[in-house]
Design a protein around this ligand. Structure first.
Ligand code: AMP
Ligand code: GLY
Length: 440
């Protein structure tokens, strides 16, 4: 099968790395990919948001399946566009990912809150506002901290937790006044503040079945000890220590099953990955914080290396609505993924900085730790009279090093030993990923 992966970050590298093992995959393409992905797939000079360019390529290259990594092309309707381009050309293109209608589950907070409350799935109480003045008059409706959320996609930055009235005013000004997140702030959702421990469950979903993957724990803040601003994720470990059998059963009964039933009742023909962000409250009860409709990044980088089943079999089953036919096997080994970011990230950062410590294939010479590339490129660099091709930085999160071990501690030690051999100017990574105390 010829497979096209849309996206170019660490998550897409992990998907491609796993698919490259499959006997069923004959050719991998990635749009646009990155320097590490280029070792497994042919990278195309097409942006992940270029619907037309991707459809044209998929038809002309006779792609059998497309896998959409990031949320933006999903929200734009990439799945619908590819499926209909295939039909028009007289060839089925299977697409792994939710269609435009279902993608609202990540692209609109109010769509998801309405879905959750309609189907009695536990979540924080909320109210929606489209008028700035009305919102200003309702500061503190659920007390403080006040949770303010831009309704639309905001690259994970559209949530403001205001500790007091002053911060709430500033937050409202940023969302609905200066429009820091553009149209994403047309509507603002205000939520009750939830206390507890955060955890995520990623599930494979088709129209009849929902199967949770092994769990992973994300570290969202930039600095060790959960300090500093939020990022896309600075590391993960899998399995998460937050879950036990009792909690898993409760999540299945109170969240997963009612969600699948809600999809059926509402005519949401979801297929792909549903990534559920949860708050596990002090009394042990789980509440949904958010839905995402794709693999997590960097969750995928610690989950997929633990998957023993051929990923292509799972993706194929989802596309054909036959997920109930397969059982997914997981390794007992633990995984830790540590992300290295550019200096300044998640604020401004430089690109094009030489990365040292990687072999020609983008991996670490003589090591079985895996380097998942996120923001990397190849550039021609000269040192005095020596000139050659080298890996350079090309994004905020540059790469992630994943190691497996019999225990979390073994995996953690190995991941840190390996990332210690990689250097670039300004490189920053947390030193507490995989420590047994779960993050705040
Ligand atoms: P979201 O994009 O909705 O996942 O929100 C981003 C982050 O904000 C979450 O991972 C939580 O840390 C925090 N958050 C969101 N909603 C709430 C809430 N209702 N109560 C407490 N924290 C929240
Ligand atoms: N790591 C969080 C996300 O992918 O949204």
């Amino acid at each position: 099968m010829k497979v096209l992966i849309v996206g170019g970050g660490g998550r897409e590298h992990a998907i491609i790395w796993k698919l490259a093992e499959s006997q069923k995959v004959t050719k991998l393409y990635c749009a646009p990919g990155n320097a590490g992905i280029a070792n497994h797939a042919e990278c195309l000079p097409i942006k992940a948001e270029d619907l037309e360019g991707i459809c044209d390529f998929a038809v002309s290259a006779e792609i059998d399946m497309a896998v959409i990594g990031p949320e933006v092309p999903l929200a734009m309707g990439m799945v619908d566009a590819l499926e209909s381009a295939g039909k028009k050309a007289g060839k089925e293109i299977m697409v792994f990912g939710p269609n435009k209608k279902c993608s609202q589950l990540e692209a609109s907070k109010s769509f998801t809150k309405d879905f959750l409350s309609r189907h009695k799935i536990p979540t924080a109480g909320y109210r929606e506002f489209t008028d700035k003045q009305e919102l200003l008059e309702n500061i503190g409706i659920f007390g403080f901290p006040m949770v303010l959320k831009a309704d639309g996609l905001a690259a994970g930055k559209g949530v403001i937790i205001a500790a007091n009235k002053e911060e709430a005013k500033k937050g409202i000004e940023s969302l609905m006044g200066s429009r820091d997140f553009g149209a994403a702030g047309d509507k603002v959702v205000v939520e009750e503040f939830l206390r507890g421990v955060e955890a995520s469950v990623l599930c494979f979903v088709d129209e009849k079945t929902i199967i949770p993957m092994e769990s992973a724990q994300d570290y969202k803040r930039i600095f060790s000890g959960d300090e500093g601003p939020n990022t896309g994720g600075m590391g993960t470990y899998s399995p998460s220590l937050v879950f036990d059998e009792k909690l898993e059963k409760r999540i299945r009964r109170e969240i997963l099953d009612p969600t699948l039933e809600g999809f059926r009742v509402d005519g949401l023909d979801f297929k792909g990955v549903l990534f559920i962000g949860l708050m596990i409250q002090e009394d042990g009860s789980p509440k949904v914080i958010e839905f995402n409709n794709r693999f997590g990044d960097p969750e995928a980088q610690s989950i997929l290396p633990r998957m023993e089943t051929d990923l292509m079999d799972v993706l194929f089953a989802v596309c054909k609505n036959r997920l109930s036919d397969i059982s997914i096997r997981w390794s007992k080994q633990k995984a830790v993924c540590v992300v290295a970011a550019s200096g300044g990230y998640p604020g401004e950062y430089l690109k094009g900085i030489e990365i040292n410590g990687l072999a020609k294939n983008g991996q670490i010479y003589g090591s079985d730790a895996i380097v998942f590339h996120a923001g990397t490129a190849i550039d021609h660099i000269c040192h005095g009279s020596y000139c050659g091709q080298t890996f350079v930085t090309a994004g905020g999160r540059v790469l992630g090093v994943t190691a497996l071990g019999d225990t979390h501690e073994e995996a953690r030690k190995k991941a840190y030993e390996n990332i210690g051999g990689i250097r670039f100017e300004g490189m920053q990574y947390r030193d507490d990923i995989g420590l047994i105390t779960p993050p705040k």
